[in-house]
Design a protein around this ligand. Structure first.
Ligand code: F6R
Ligand code: MG
Ligand code: MG
Length: 375
């Protein structure tokens, strides 16, 4: 019988600004998911965090987009907000719960979710990624490296089952539609789209030879849902590994050179995505830098065996050092692009007000030439 893995996350308030979740939030979420497991809704669960986001990792037999599972997650976030975030006056309590009228599906409601349903293999290793202070398109570059770049993933060349390539399902988040593109044959078309990660986001990846689902990521863009700034989208992603899929090491290798991503302070800056162990999953410098954790699990009849904290290793020290070096370099740019995002991508901006205020003072150079500057 097929198993579904649902990874659902939300920022419903955090300890000291947007730094990290409060331990009490985690324990309330655990308690509620334990009850759901005892009641038979879930096969298993694991609760974790990426910075200020609570991440619910759940397995069940109800398929993707299940009303029961989405309602469960919504209720958990709601209860955490009411019983912990609000009484403790945590910062931005309930931030990602955008609607008061929850309809049974999380699409457009604020929380991000990645889900996949599949027949569990005799041994089923998977990696759950969760990032803070960035957007869903942050996975584009790593997913391309993992599933389409033989310089990252030699298995594409030397493993028979991967040699035929993969299919990337890409979502245009501005128009809410998807397109399937095949690699390696359509790699250039794929790159033409996903090189704009603010708009084209890898939604899922399938193995070409048999259509097996290999990866799924969250594609919510809260700024687009709400039409105004309500926080980051802080994405999650699930990747299956081994035995005709990329090895765990090939999957992690994609993060060895930190990709530059959008988000960071005020959702308005580019910065490096730093791979960190769970104990460093918190945002400090300039509300960042953006971070990613990787938790590895073995599924055993739907049970989540693990997690292994996969970036908790000196092998990623150089990636972290490189990210810090890039942080120092970018910060010297202050409020200038491309460290600061372009005007259309910023989640905070005073530009329209500034332009309105200054409008009457714009003159042609010819007009100005005759006048002394205003003092
Ligand atoms: C939010 C975030 C932060 C905030 C910043 C300002 O996810 O990453 O950088 O944007 O701390 O927050 P406010 O406007 O709430 O003071
Ligand atoms: Mg926050
Ligand atoms: Mg966050």
């Amino acid at each position: 019988m097929a198993i579904t893995v649902s990874v659902i996350k939300a920022d419903v308030g955090s300890l000291v600004g947007h730094h990290r979740v409060h331990p009490e939030q985690i324990s309330v979420a655990r308690q509620l998911l334990e009850e759901a497991k005892a009641g038979g809704t879930l096969v298993d669960y694991h609760v974790t965090n990426a910075g200020d986001d609570i991440v619910l990792i759940m397995t069940h037999r109800k398929g993707t987009d299940s009303r029961e599972i989405h309602t469960l997650a919504w209720n958990v976030f709601h209860e955490v907000t009411e019983s912990v975030s609000r009484p403790l006056h945590l910062y931005a309590a309930g931030q990602d719960l955008l609607s008061t009228a929850f309809s049974g599906n999380l699409k457009g409601m604020g929380p991000g979710y990645a889900e996949m349903e599949f027949e569990e293999r005799p041994s089923e290793p998977l990696v759950v990624f969760a990032a803070d202070k960035t957007e869903p398109g942050a996975w584009n570059l790593p997913l391309y490296r993992i599933f389409a770049d033989p310089f990252n993933t030699p298995g594409l060349v030397i493993d028979e089952r991967m040699h035929h390539g993969f299919v990337f399902r890409v979502m245009d988040v501005y128009n809410d539609r998807v397109i399937d593109l095949h690699t390696p044959s359509e790699s250039y078309d794929l790159l033409a789209l996903i090189g704009t990660p603010g708009r084209y986001v890898v939604h899922s990846v399938f193995r070409k030879v048999d259509g097996m689902v290999c990866a799924a990521s969250s594609t919510t863009r809260m700024a687009l849902i709400a039409g105004r700034y309500v926080g980051k989208d802080d994405p999650v992603c699930i990747v299956r590994a081994q035995h005709g899929l990329p090895a765990v090491g090939e999957i992690l290798e994609a993060f060895a050179t930190p990709p530059l991503v959008a988000g960071w302070l005020r959702g308005s800056h580019h910065g490096p995505l730093m791979p960190v162990p769970l104990r460093y999953s918190q945002c400090t410098r300039f509300d960042g830098p953006p971070r990613v954790v990787a938790l590895g699990f073995q599924l055993a009849d739907g049970k989540l065996v693990g997690p292994a904290d996969l970036f908790d290793d000196p092998a990623f020290d150089n990636a972290r050092a490189k990210a810090n070096e890039v942080v120092d370099y970018l910060r010297r740019q202050g409020p200038f692009t491309p460290h600061r995002l372009g005007a259309e991508e910023m989640e905070y901006t005073t530009l329209p007000q500034v332009l309105r205020k200054l409008e009457g003072r714009f003159k042609t150079l010819a007009e100005r030439r005759l006048e002394a500057p205003r003092t």
